[in-house]
Design a protein around this ligand. Structure first.
Ligand SMILES: Nc1ncnc2c1ncn2[C@@H]1O[C@H](COP(=O)(O)OP(=O)(O)OP(=O)(O)O)[C@@H](O)[C@H]1O
Ligand SMILES: [Mg+2]
Length: 460
């Protein structure tokens, strides 16, 4: 190879390098139409401004949408949708602005409907870009109701603005509005798991209405629970002034069907305006999210029903769920007005863990099988205005030793049903006695077990 050949080769080599560089530049930094619209709003090239990302649990997304609506309204804002394929859900804001594989452009806004209360819904922007002005700084916020590429799935806001301080101030304001205007505050909430085990967002439950006289327990039992959960809340100012802590943990334990859930429902009806999160069985693993809600929206009540079912469950985290529960109790500011109420059938499963970290649960109340007196009251309660004689009711209650409140309720229904089947509107004492014979017969052992009581599967 002579010098001329070498020169030619070198020139060709440089030329090819140049071609390669231009091609790479062009594909990597191709500004999308969406970026043009955002740039026009920001007054600078959107592909060059810093991006601040805020990840949100799914149940806080409605609050974010409300906060952004309010901020938009103040600053003459608008929303633009994004076209360019479903991959927009998987790409970060910077990839939407300069992308080598798709031309993202302004398009229709994606909306979703989300619950904002029991039976109430709101249309939220599921994917879109807010163009707004905050304190005279133009700002763009890419908002999406979920990011499928992160686990567990989370909602996301990405804020773009030329001035990072102004962007930070806008984010602070969004967070403040999200708490102040939250749809979660004062509601009774639950979490449902998706098939992948992650939360599917919050569900709103109607607040139960259960009067104290509907809960028939041993002497003073209900009052003890109410004093601890409701009373401490009612006296929060006095307790705070005296330097006392307000957080409290109550464990209700006892056999199935004795009224633990009913007691919880009474507590919920006694605390209107309190934000409550009710987690049952497998949902208890969302306890950390529940504690976060309780902290943010105190006064709050967190109910963990049947915690023994998941106490030792290691399926979703290496730590048994019970440790998450105790951590949640540990993490509460002691002057926050927050009550945790837990229920279980198997207190012995929890004993070791609770004993190892004393003080987190400060009241344990046994909701026992009703004794003779409580059974008589239960029978009268469920008989209501039906024309049974008191002798027949008391005799039935005395015979039904070892049974629960669920049993009393079912017994009365059966007496009413057998009268109805016979063509009578109201049952008589004989119907009550016959229904009791039936439920106490050996053939009804499984039914008795299902209604709770002192029998066990091994005894039938
Ligand atoms: N002490 C009670 N007073 C009045 N009704 C009761 C009582 N106990 C049970 N019942 C009736 O039985 C139903 C079931 O009771 P509840 O769900 O409260 O039992 P539980 O103790 O939570 O049982 P589990 O441990 O199986 O969850 C109640 O809705 C109520 O109708
Ligand atoms: Mg229950």
């Amino acid at each position: 190879m002579n010098d001329d050949d070498r020169d030619i080769l070198l020139t060709v080599h440089r030329y090819l390098e140049h071609v390669h560089r231009v091609a790479a530049d062009d594909s990597a930094h191709r500004r999308t139409e969406l970026a043009d619209v955002i740039s026009a709003h920001l007054g600078v090239d959107a592909t060059t401004v810093p991006i601040t990302t805020e990840s949100l649990p799914l149940h806080r997304y409605v609050d974010a949408d409300i906060a952004l609506d309010e901020l938009s309204a103040l600053g003459d804002g608008r929303v633009v949708g994004v076209t360019g394929g479903d991959q927009r859900w998987h790409l970060s804001a910077s990839d939407l602005l300069s992308s080598s594989y798709s031309r993202f452009a302004p398009g229709p806004i994606s909306y979703e409907t989300r619950a904002v209360g029991p039976g109430a819904e709101r249309r939220v922007v599921a994917f879109g870009v807010r163009l707004l002005t905050f304190e005279s700084h133009p700002l763009a916020v890419v908002q999406r109701s979920t990011s499928p590429n992160v686990m567990p799935p989370a909602a996301r806001l990405e804020l773009l603005g030329a001035d990072p301080d102004a962007t930070g101030a806008a984010l602070t304001e969004i967070r403040r509005l999200m708490v102040e205007r939250s749809v979660l505050r004062g509601q009774v909430l639950s979490f449902v798991p998706t098939e992948y085990g992650s939360e599917a967002g919050a569900t709103f439950l109607p607040r139960p209405s259960v009067d104290a006289d509907e809960v028939v327990l041993g002497d003073g039992v209900l009052q003890t629970v109410v004093d601890h959960v409701v009373g401490i809340g009612d006296q929060r100012d006095v307790l705070r002034a005296a330097g006392q802590h307000l957080t409290r943990g109550v464990l209700l334990y006892g056999p199935p069907g004795t009224g633990k859930t009913l007691t919880v429902r009474h507590l919920l009806s006694r605390t209107p305006g309190t934000t409550a999160v009710v987690l049952t069985g497998s949902s208890v693993r969302f306890v950390t999210a529940a504690a976060e809600i309780a902290r943010t929206f105190a006064p709050a009540l967190v109910v963990l029903e049947d915690i023994d079912l998941v106490a030792a469950d290691r399926a979703y985290s290496p730590q048994p769920v019970l440790f998450d529960v105790l951590d949640a109790l540990d993490g509460l500011e002691s002057d926050a007005d927050i009550a945790f109420v837990m229920t279980t059938n198997h207190v012995q499963i929890l004993e070791e863990a609770l004993a190892a970290r004393p003080g987190r649960v400060d009241l344990g109340v046994e909701i026992a099988l009703p004794d003779a007196g409580a059974r008589r009251r239960l029978f009268r309660h469920y008989a209501g205005t039906l024309p049974f004689s008191s002798e027949a009711l008391d005799a039935a209650a005395d015979r039904a030793e070892g049974t629960t409140g669920s049993f009393a309720k079912e017994l009365i229904r059966r007496a009413v049903l057998s009268a109805a089947l016979r063509g009578d509107d109201v049952p008589a004492d004989d119907d009550l006695a016959a229904a009791l014979d039936d439920l106490l017969s050996s053939g009804a052992a499984l039914t008795r077990l299902l209604l709770g009581g002192k029998e066990s599967f091994s005894s039938i």
